[in-house]
Design a binder for this molecule. Structure first.
Ligand SMILES: O=P(O)(O)OC[C@H]1O[C@H](OP(=O)(O)OP(=O)(O)O)[C@H](O)[C@@H]1O
Ligand SMILES: Nc1nc2[nH]cnc2c(=O)[nH]1
Length: 186
């Protein structure tokens, strides 16, 4: 689905599908160089990271094992509750593995800060983060993020895996959701 199919639901397209893919290719080259010794285990965070994971994994020029977790801190709203729940855990044993968390967005940073700690405590050799989007002005915690696609403003965005009440995930681009859709400020 393209932005043009969504009427006035979006205010502005921040990054097109082509831009996202081009940036992911650059990030993949960095990741390949950094993990030249041994490929990391890619840990995708459902559901938003599905598109990034699918595109990044195929872009990488080494074996890319994938595992998935589902955590939730947003529910149906547009603000993080700060309480992270594991809805689905990993299948893989992380002992001595290099783990690369693959995410769609870092907003307050609360989810990823919690997740990084959680995965490190399972005996991983290293835990790094790759995110397509980050909102520097919205971050509430200090968090090192090794691979960032784009820094964006602190507006509520949808598309490329990102939803509002489970809709808009299949929009190809990343766009700001018009406030009238969710009835207020993000
Ligand atoms: O930095 P934070 O403020 O913690 O926000 C980031 C989290 O929010 C999104 O997930 P969400 O809870 O919306 O679930 P989803 O991936 O299933 O859409 C995103 O995928 C991150 O996991
Ligand atoms: N869809 C969506 N989910 C988020 N989770 C954290 N920030 C956002 C955002 O801007 N949009």
């Amino acid at each position: 689905m393209d932005a043009k199919h969504l009427g006035d639901d979006l205010t502005v397209v921040l990054h097109t599908e082509a831009e996202l893919h081009a940036r992911l290719a650059e990030m993949a080259r960095e990741i390949e160089a950094d993990y030249a010794e041994e490929p990391p285990l890619l840990v995708g965070v459902l559901k938003g990271a599905v598109m990034v994971m699918a595109d990044l994994a195929r872009e990488l020029r080494f074996h890319a094992q994938m595992d998935w977790m589902a955590v939730s801190s947003y529910g149906k709203g547009t603000k993080s509750s700060g309480v992270v729940k594991i809805l689905k855990d990993l299948d893989a044993d992380l002992t001595n593995r290099d783990v690369l968390i693959v995410e769609d967005i870092i907003d307050s940073g609360l989810t990823l800060s919690w997740l990084k700690e959680n995965l490190a405590s399972r005996g991983a050799r290293s835990v790094r983060i790759c995110t397509m989007l980050r909102k520097p002005e919205a971050m509430k915690v200090q968090l090192d993020v090794e691979y960032v696609g784009y820094d964006i403003p602190a507006d509520f965005v949808v598309g490329y895996g990102l939803d509002y009440a489970e809709d808009y995930r299949n929009l190809r681009d990343v766009a700001i959701l018009a406030p009238h859709v969710y009835g207020g400020d993000a």
